[in-house]
Structures are given as C-alpha cells and as structure tokens.
Design a binder for this molecule. Structure first.
Ligand SMILES: Nc1ncnc2c1ncn2[C@@H]1O[C@H](COP(=O)(O)OP(=O)(O)OP(=O)(O)O)[C@@H](O)[C@H]1O
Length: 896
C-alpha cells in the first residue's frame, strides 16, 4: 500500500510530448475549463458555471496567491486534481490521454482549443492527508529496515511509518496526545494500515514486551469482530461505517441518508499509552457498536463472524465433544448465505488460542468464550411449533434447545418460557403474553445477538484489563481510529476566537435536522431493535455459567444509565423512540471529546478496484473515493482553520528564549505577543485566544526552525567551551610531561654519574693502596716488618675493598630499580598522553562537523529567507503541500 507510487495520488510514467484536446468529459472538469466545479470544491459559492477558456484560466492562476499565507483566503473553485496540479506547478495539469488514462503533464503551448503538452513524472502529496492505495498483495515496504529508515529520517517519502513517526515525535515534543485517523471505504485497507501504524509504534516504543501483546490483540479482534463481506474478505464489523462511503460531509448525515439496511455504526479506537521514557506502557481499546445483525443473518456470498467458522473447523476433539460442535453446514445462522469458506483461508489454522494466551485470557475463560459461541450457533437451530389457533408458538424441545440450555447453564423449561412468552405489567397486574412465531424468532435472535455482542465486549474488557497502562502511564497517548474526525468550533468559541473568519461549510444544519425531527422507527429502524426483554436477561442472570451471569448484570447496569441504550426494560412505546441515532450521537460525542485534545494525523485508504485484485486500478473508482473521502475537505479545513494551538504558557516557554529583548519576567501572553512581532507573523495568520494561541497551517514552522537553529548554535557553543577546556588540559599535560621527563633524565644522569664516580674512586683507591702497600713494604723493609702482619694487612685491605665493591654494586642495583620505576611512570604518562591526543582528535572532528552543519543550516536559512521573499511575490504554493521538515506546511497535520 505504501509504495512510493501507491502514495502518490497516481503514479505517472514519462511519455513523449503528445498533443491532446482537453476532454469535455474530464472527471476533473466537465469542459475545457479548469475552473469547473464537478467535484469537491474549495469553495462552492465561487463555482462559476460560465466556464473560462483554458488560456484565461491559466492566466488567472498566474495572478493568484496559493502559498500558505494566501491560499486560505483565496476563493477558487478547482477540483482536487487541479488543485494538486496547480500546487506542483502552475503550467502543469491533468490530461486524458488516448488510452483513457489521466496523466499529469506540462503545458508547452496552447493554440485555440488545442494544447501541446509533455507528460512528466508526477509526485503529488496530498498535504496533511496520507493517501494510501491498497495493493491487495504483499509488498516489500514494511519491516525493520523501513522502520529504521523512517526512524532515522533517511527516508521521508509518504508512508504510514512516516505518519506514525510524526505522531510519536510530536507527542514527545509538544507533550500533546496524538491521533491517527484512518478512513476509507470497506476493503480500502484501514485495518491493515492501523496494524502497520501499530507495528511502527511498537518498534519505537517497545522493549518491555507489551508491544508483542498489543500486536496479538489484532487476531483476537479480527476473529470476533471481522467477517467476509461482498467488499472485503476480512471486513471489520466494529471498525467501519459503510454509510460514510456515500456521503462526504460527515458520517452523521451519511448515516441518515444511507440506504444500507444495517443502519449500524461501527468504530474502533486503539489508544496506546506511553511512559515518560517514550516506551509503551499500555493500551486501551474502545469499540463502538458491533454489527450484531450479522450474527443472525447474512446476505448471499457473505459470512458471519470468523470466530464461528474457526471454532467449528479448528476446535480440538475434547472441546468439540464438550460443546457438541457440528460442521458449519449444520448451523442455520451460518447456512443462510451458503458461503462457508474464504478463498485461500484455512479456518482451522486460524483457530489460534495463543493470541488469547498472549493477552492473558485464562484457559477457563477461553473455554467459557467458546461455549458462548457454541450456544449462539445452537440458538439459531431452535425451532418453534404453533400451539394454538392464535399463532402462538413454543420452542420445540430438541437437540438445539437442550444444547443451548446446557451450554448457558439454565433449565430447558426456563429457556422455553423465555423464548415463547413475555411478562408484562398492565396497571398493577402482571400478565404473561404468549408470543407469535415472528415475535419468538425476534426474541431468540435478540438473545443470540446480545450474547455475541456481550461476548465481544467482554473480550475487549479482558484485553484492556490485561494491557492496562500501569504506573508508568504519563497520560500521553497515540490513538488510532479508523473513522472520520472533523473540526470542532467549541474550542474556538471558548477561547474567544472569531471563527466567523473561517470559511467552513458547517454541517450543523444537517445535525440539527437530524436531531430535533421525530422518526417513525417502524421499518427504518426495525433491524436495529436488538431489544432484549427483561425475561431473557433474567434467564441469563439465572444461569449457572459465569459469562451469561456477567452479561446479564452488565446489561442491567447499562439499562439503568440515563443515556439511552439498546436495552429497555419496558419494551413498550419508549423503546420505539429509541433510535440508533441517539446511540450514535452519544458515542460520537464521547469520541469527539476524546479526539479533541489530540493532534490528528490523517490517512485516507483507497481501494483501487472492487474485485480485491492486485494490479488492477480503476481510475473512476479511485477518483470517486478521492472526491467523497473528504481529502480536500481536510486540506481545506486545515488551511482555512487554525489547526495549530498552543497555550500561552507553553508557547512562551518554548519560544521565549528566541526573543532579542529580555522579556523573561513578563507574563506569558506578553512574551507570546513579542515573539509573534519579532517573527513578523502576519496578524491574519494567528488568533490570540484567552488561553491559547491559534495558528494557521504552516505558521509555526518558522518558529520551530528558528528554535532548532538556535538550540543547535547553543550546542555548538557548549562544544566550543568543552574544546577550550580540553585544549588547556592538553597544554598542561604537555608541560607536566616535559618536566617529568627532564626530571627523570636528570636523575638518571646523576645516578649514573654518581655510580661512575664511586667506581672510579674504588678503583683508584685500590690502585693507590696497592702502590702504597708496596711502598710500605719498601719503607719498612723485610727486617722491620713481620711477614704475617703484612698478610693480615693485605687481607683486611682486600676485605674492605670487596665490601666497598659490593656496596657500590648494591647502590647501582638500587638505582637501576629506581630507574625502572621511573621508566614505568614515564610509559604511563605517555599512554595517557596518547589518550588525550585521541580525545582531542575526536573533539576536533565533532567540532568540524558542527561547524559544517551550522554552515549548512545558515545557508538553508538564507535560502528559505530568500524563498519566503520570492514566495510573497508570487503565487507559488508548492511548499504548502509537503511535509518536509523545513516546510511550514507540515503543521497542516495539526487539524482538529
Ligand atoms: N498494506 C497492505 N498490503 C497488502 N494487502 C493489503 C494491505 N492493506 C489491505 N490489504 C488487503 O486488503 C484487504 C482489506 O483490507 P482491510 O481489511 O484493512 O480493509 P478495511 O478498510 O479495514 O475494510 P473494512 O472496513 O471492511 O474492515 C486485506 O485483507 C488485505 O488482503
């Protein structure tokens, strides 16, 4: 899905110069005009039915400003494609070539109704919305290498990873919760995209092992919440809203107008919590109404929930025996559609209890859950026989009825009564009303639907308990939602912002119409009346099995809540007023509340064909989705609203240090205003609220860049200081070394010198004594001296000589040892010295790099300054669509 080509709105190959006549049937404009409004438009009120010829259209573009600072105010009526084209280059446009395909091309010249164009390589980003086309096959664009590439920013092409990366980085940087809103029609790839986003977040925020458990929630939710539909073999029946598809404004209106019989809204919100260190600390899953009707009825070619088929095919023999499981062909709820299998899917293999193990659902609870699945299947086989001439019925006591009562743990008679009678209070009297066949079938099906949906909710609750964020929770989270979000005005109003300055197409009228109108619920809402009568709830609460009891108590407690729910005790006129609309509104309100505090990022999934085939691209279908999906709406809202919001405190704290004059002691509002002035932010580009500052798309980018640059300079300053200290140390070390070396050498010299002198003295002494002995002999003469005395003198002299020699040798040895020690010290000093040298070298490298990066940021800043100047004087709006770091437009993702 996220190939480069896939993320382009359309991949275009280079073709030779061609000659085309602008097609009157262009989906981007119905005549040769580029200003026809035949799709989602920037501003409908400017739609001009009197079309302009191509030449003048181009001419008029040349005078328009579509940059960040001008486009919000410009009122033009151009189609999405034209808009993109225009953003790329004003002389580019989309043309239909002879093979019927639409290609981006450069207009070389125009002659009358003919234009000479050159097809070119087209790259078009859809601003704050990532457009992801489902490839319907595995593509090598995911996994660790890609995660690393996006993490290190060595890749920045549009990708789900890029969106997830931005979300996680903005969460940490801004300390604001983020949301990734994934929308698209059934089969467009929302579920897969959500998984890919989760994969990235798990890789970046993983480490504790919880990321593995989080990823394991997907197979569980898919088994119990997904089913094969005509549009998607693995369609989430809790994570989608088929009604959006047909109506672009909002799902609220779409819901009303839908001709889809299911009339059920589905949704899923996965909230991933992070610890202070940016690691995942837990997850919270919120699912909205499950498509319950699928449990008891599904249309031709579709299937019920995967869990039923997986259980029947994959349950091990002991479990099979315990639940008295049969083949899928034997269950009436599954028989209706005559579709039992999915091409290429082995249901037995999909029966994977290790996922339940991974999220710590106990073996006992796993078996309880499978028992409920079997009970639902057997309920569908319960039949009725007419017992009187008023068409009243009673369930047939057969294998099905007995199995149900055994599986849920109730008496067969109790079940029989609950399915065929209804206790009512008329006045002060309690009466028992027998049910007709259709009423009994409704009651049976309502019980089956309730058991299944309660089971689903219970499973989600188990997952949430198991993966709840513990003490490490910081309150920061990224929510992944596969449904639309839209701008809320409440925040503007609360902050005193004049939101009349924003040109929104408000659908409040639709909402109002939708709410204050009284609907006749019979017929329209018939299928949504999952009314479970008190008798059935009482039956469940009387069951001996744990789960039915828990379901009953949940249903009773939710029925006591003031918000209208699916359950009404009376089952009378009041419950008829109960509408899906009310339920939907409550859910929507909660969702909006939750999302309002987040910075949203949008991914729009596109289905390239309806046959779920790889390599097949239906232009019309894609165009229709682009038109209906609201991509343009999101872009428009993000550009016309004030999507970037920061409290005065936060803004002052973050950017205050950039101020040239010292205003640190002033209040945050004054600091904020001073910053805005210093950076020449045009007054129409922001609004100052009571508590927050509101910025139009792209404005904050300038400040972010300045902040980063200044912080980089500060980092350079720090390195310089460190370098100076090291240099000083280095010099000191050299000096010390010099002195030590000199001292060592001097000492060595003195020692050797001393030893030599001593040796010389000893030898001289020896020689002198030898001479003096001879003289003595001569002097005393033989008669005067005594021979033995002479021997004594000589031997004592020799002994003295030896003693002195030994002493001199010992002295020498001692000196040598001292020398060794000194040499060792010298070596130590030398090795320390080389370490210092290495450190110095690396510091020099760092220093060099920092100098280079500073130089390059300086030149970028200079360039962007000169670009900004030239942008102000031209209509270039190219930058507004890119999410480039240096591009202010990246803030466009901050749409609420
Ligand atoms: N990125 C992808 N790579 C490969 N195949 C994909 C990708 N995205 C979607 N698909 C294929 O398309 C099918 C439908 O996708 P997915 O179930 O995510 O659609 P969806 O929009 O969630 O539909 P629904 O609203 O019905 O639940 C998937 O089962 C898968 O076969």
């Amino acid at each position: 899905m996220a190939t480069d080509g896939a993320h382009r709105l359309k991949s275009v190959k280079s073709l030779p110069v061609d000659r085309v006549v602008v097609d009157d049937d262009s989906p981007y404009g119905q005549s040769s005009s580029f200003l026809r409004n035949d799709g989602p438009s920037v501003d409908d009120e400017d739609a001009n039915p009197s079309v302009s010829p191509l030449g003048s259209a181009l001419g008029s573009w040349g005078n328009k400003r579509w940059g960040d600072t001008g486009s919000y105010a410009a009122k033009k009526c151009i189609s999405l494609w034209q808009w993109h084209t225009h953003v790329i280059q004003k002389h580019h446009s989309w043309f239909q070539s002879s093979d019927g395909n639409w290609e981006l091309a450069k207009i070389l010249s125009i002659s009358g109704t003919e234009s000479f164009i050159s097809y070119s390589e087209g790259k078009s980003k859809a601003g704050p919305v990532l457009v992801a086309i489902n490839p319907f096959k595995k593509i090598p664009l995911y996994g660790n290498d890609y995660i690393e590439a996006y993490k290190s920013k060595s890749k920045d092409s549009p990708h789900v990873y890029a969106i997830a990366d931005t979300a996680i980085k903005e969460m940490i940087r801004d300390e604001v919760n983020q949301s990734i809103v994934i929308s698209g029609e059934s089969g467009a790839g929302k579920t897969e995209t959500a998984k890919i986003a989760m994969q990235y977040l798990a890789a970046l925020g993983g480490g504790s092992g919880i990321e593995y458990e989080i990823l394991k929630t997907n197979p569980i939710l898919e088994a119990f919440g997904n089913a094969k539909t005509s549009r998607n073999n693995n369609s989430s029946r809790f994570g989608k809203n088929e009604m959006i598809l047909e109506h672009e404004y909002s799902f609220t209106t779409a819901f009303l107008c839908s001709d889809n019989n299911k009339n059920e809204y589905h949704g899923k919100l996965i909230e991933i919590h992070f610890s202070e260190t940016g690691k995942i600390s837990g997850v919270q899953i919120q699912t909205f109404l499950l498509e319950k009707s699928r449990v008891v009825q599904c249309t031709e070619g579709e299937r019920s929930y995967h869990s039923f088929y997986q259980l029947c095919a994959g349950a091990p023999p002991p479990l099979r025996e315990k639940l008295n499981l049969k083949s899928v062909h034997d269950y009436k709820y599954l028989q209706q559609s005559t579709c039992y299998s999915i091409n290429g899917v082995n249901d037995a293999e999909q029966f994977r209890i290790e996922s339940l193990d991974a999220v710590h659902v106990s073996k006992e609870n796993q078996e309880n859950a499978f028992t409920m699945l079997a009970a639902v299947l057997w309920l569908g086989n319960v039949t009725f026989s007419i017992v009187d001439n008023e068409n009243h019925v009673e369930p047939v006591i057969d294998e099905a009825l007995l199995n149900v009562s055994k599986l849920i743990g109730c008496e067969a008679d109790g079940l029989k009564l609950a399915l065929s009678t209804r206790k009512m209070k008329v006045g002060n009297e309690n009466i028992v009303q027998k049910l007709t066949l259709s009423q009994a079938i409704d009651t049976r099906d309502a019980l089956a639907k309730s058991i299944y949906s309660c089971l689903f909710d219970w499973l989600v609750e188990q997952i949430n308990k198991s993966l709840a964020a513990g003490k490490c929770r910081t309150g920061r989270s990224i929510s992944i939602l596969d449904i639309y979000g839209f701008e809320s005005f409440d925040e503007y109003i609360q902050d005193g912002i004049d939101w009349a300055k924003m040109e929104f197409e408000d659908n409040q009228d639709c909402l109002n119409l939708f709410e204050k109108v009284m609907y006749d619920t019979s017929g329209f809402l018939e299928k949504n009346r999952d009314l479970l009568h008190l008798d059935s709830i009482k039956l469940l609460s009387s069951c001996t099995c744990e789960l039915p009891q828990a379901f009953a108590s949940n249903m009773l407690s939710s029925s006591e809540k003031p918000v209208l729910g699916p359950l009404h005790k009376s089952g009378g006129a009041d419950s008829q007023k109960l509408s899906v609309v009310t339920k939907f509104k409550g859910q929507l309100f909660q969702l909006m509340q939750r999302l309002e505090s987040t910075t949203p990022h949008f991914i729009r999934c596109i289905k390239p064909n309806n046959s779920q085939s790889p390599g097949v691209y239906h232009q019309g279908l894609v165009l229709q989705q682009l038109r209906c999906c609201g991509v343009l709406e999101v872009v428009r809202i993000s550009r016309s609203g004030f999507p970037t919001r920061l409290s005065h405190q936060k803004f002052a704290r973050r950017y205050g240090f950039l101020l040239l004059e010292h205003v640190a002691l002033q209040d945050p509002l004054s600091v904020s205003v001073a910053i805005l002035h210093q950076f020449d932010i045009l007054p129409e580009m922001y609004q100052i609220g009571y508590t927050k500052l509101f910025f139009r798309t792209g404005q904050i980018g300038k400040l972010v860049d300045a902040r980063n640059r200044t912080l980089n300079v500060a980092r350079g300053e720090k390195s310089r200081k460190e370098f100076a200290i090291l240099l000083e140390r280095h010099r000191a070390a050299v000096l010390i070394q010099k002195h030590i070396k000199a001292k060592i050498h001097r000492k060595r010299f003195e020692d050797i010198h001393g030893a030599s002198i001593m040796l010389q003295a000893v030898i001289r002494d020896c020689l002198v004594r030898r001479c003096s002995g001879d003289i003595g002999l001569l002097q005393f003469g033989p008669g005067k001296g005594n021979q033995s005395d002479e021997v004594v003198v000589k031997s004592s002299y020799l002994a003295e000589l030896q003693r002195r020699i030994l002493k001199a040798e010992a002295g020498l040895k001692e000196k040598e040892e001292e020398n060794d020690i000194l040499l060792q010290r010298l070596q130590q000093y030398e090795s320390r010295w080389s370490q210092y040298e290495l450190k110095m070298k690396s510091m020099e490298d760092v220093w060099q790099k920092q100098m280079l990066s500073l130089q390059s940021s300086l030149s970028i800043a200079k360039k962007s300054l000169s670009l900004n100047d030239s942008e102000r004087n031209s209509d270039a709006s190219i930058n507004t669509l890119t999410n480039d770091e240096n591009n202010p437009a990246r803030d466009a993702t901050n749409v609420s």
